[in-house]
Design a protein around this ligand. Structure first.
Ligand SMILES: [Fe+2]
Length: 315
C-alpha cells in the first residue's frame, strides 16, 4: 500500500516492513529508510522497492553494513541477473568477479582498484555492451572529505527540455559504441591500467543502438549515451559526432533540475536506473584523500532487443 508523504511516500509491505521514502531534494532520487539490506527481503518489499525504483530512478539506502554476497543479492532485486565481464577482472574484488573496486588506494605500491583521474566523464554503464543493466549499484566504504561525488543526469528531462525540432532530429540518430575505444580511454584516465591486448579487443564487437531510448516500463524517451565510447552518430563524421555529444552534455548540465549531485557517506548503498540516467564521477584529491567503492551492474534479459547492429572489430 502506498501513502504519499509530502513529495515522498510511505510503503507498507505485507511482511510488516514500512518503507519511508524521502526525495533527495531534486526532481528525481529518493532516500529509503526502514529496511536492513543485510537481510534477505520479503517479496512484497522487493516489489515495493522496484516500484519506487521506477518512480524515483535513484534509491539511496544510508547506514547499511553489507557483505559482498549481500551486494550481489541486492542488485538482483532490481534486475534479471548480475553482470560481469570475464576479460576485465583486474580490479574486481578477490573471489567476487561481479564486484568492481573503484578506488585510488594503493597497497605495497599497487592500485587495488580503478580510478579515473581525469574527472568528469558522462556515461551510462555498459551502454556499448550487447547486454545492458537495468540497475547499477554502488556501495560506499571510504569517501573523501570533499570531492568524489557522483553526478546523475536525468535523460528523460534532458530530452524533454530540448526544442521539438531538435528532439525529432535526435530521434533519428543511431550511435556506434566502441568498447575498445572506451577501454583505451579508461586506461589513460587511470594511469595504472594497461590497455587491453588485441586478442581481448577482438572479443568485443562494436554495438549500434539508438541515441534516444524508450524506457521499457514507462515508454518515456531518454537521452542515453557514453561520450567516450561513441565513435560515430549516423550521418556524422567523428568531429561532428563529438561536437553534438558535447552540445547535449552542455544542455543537460545547464538546464535546471536535470542534474543531481550525490555526496556519499560511508555505508551508503545507491542503486540507480541505468535505462534513463547518465552519471559521472567528480574529481577529488587523489593523493591526499581515500575513496573506496564497490560497483555492480545488473543484466537486463531484454536489453539485447535494443541492439540495432553488432559489428566485429577490425584489428
Ligand atoms: Fe559508471
Amino acid at each position: 500500500m502506498l501513502v504519499t508523504e509530502g513529495d515522498g511516500a510511505v510503503l507498507a509491505c505485507d511482511d510488516g516492513t514500512v518503507l519511508h521514502i524521502t526525495p533527495l531534494g531534486g526532481c528525481f532520487g529518493a532516500r529509503v529508510a526502514g529496511v536492513d539490506l543485510s537481510q534477505p527481503l520479503h517479496p512484497s518489499v522487493v516489489a515495493a522497492l522496484d516500484h519506487a525504483f521506477v518512480v524515483w530512478h535513484i534509491l539511496c539506502f544510508p547506514g547499511q553494513d553489507l557483505t559482498p554476497a549481500d551486494e550481489i543479492r541486492i542488485v538482483q532485486y532490481f534486475d534479471d541477473g548480475v553482470y560481469y565481464e570475464p576479460s576485465v577482472v583486474a580490479y574486481s574484488l578477490p573471489g567476487y568477479p561481479e564486484i568492481d573496486i573503484i578506488s585510488n588506494i594503493e597497497v605495497d605500491g599497487k592500485a587495488i582498484g580503478y580510478t579515473n583521474r581525469r574527472g568528469m566523464e558522462w556515461h551510462s554503464d555498459l551502454s556499448g555492451m550487447p547486454v545492458m543493466p537495468k540497475a547499477s549499484l554502488m556501495y560506499a566504504i571510504e569517501v573523501p572529505e570533499t570531492g568524489g561525488e557522483t553526478y546523475f543526469a536525468n535523460g528523460h528531462l534532458a530530452y524533454e527540455s530540448l526544442p521539438a525540432e531538435r528532439r525529432t532530429y535526435l530521434d533519428g540518430l543511431d550511435a556506434r559504441y566502441s568498447w575498445v575505444q572506451l577501454q583505451e580511454w579508461l586506461a589513460k584516465a587511470s594511469g595504472t591500467w594497461e590497455p587491453m591486448n588485441r586478442e581481448t579487443a577482438a572479443k568485443h564487437p562494436d554495438v549500434v543502438r539508438s541515441l534516444v531510448r524508450h524506457h521499457p516500463v514507462t515508454g518515456r524517451k531518454a537521452l542515453f549515451f557514453s561520450i567516450e565510447e561513441i565513435v560515430e552518430l549516423s550521418g556524422l563524421d567523428r568531429s561532428e559526432t563529438r561536437a553534438l555529444l558535447e552540445e547535449l552534455i552542455a544542455h543537460m548540465t545547464t538546464t535546471p533540475h536535470v542534474v543531481y549531485r550525490h555526496d556519499w557517506e560511508p555505508g551508503e548503498l545507491v542503486v540507480w536506473d541505468n535505462r534513463c540516467l547518465m552519471h559521472s564521477v567528480c574529481e577529488y584529491n587523489y593523493e591526499g584523500q581515500r575513496r573506496l567503492m564497490h560497483q555492480l551492474n545488473g543484466a537486463d534479459a531484454r536489453s539485447a532487443e535494443q541492439t540495432i547492429a553488432i559489428i566485429p572489430v577490425a584489428l
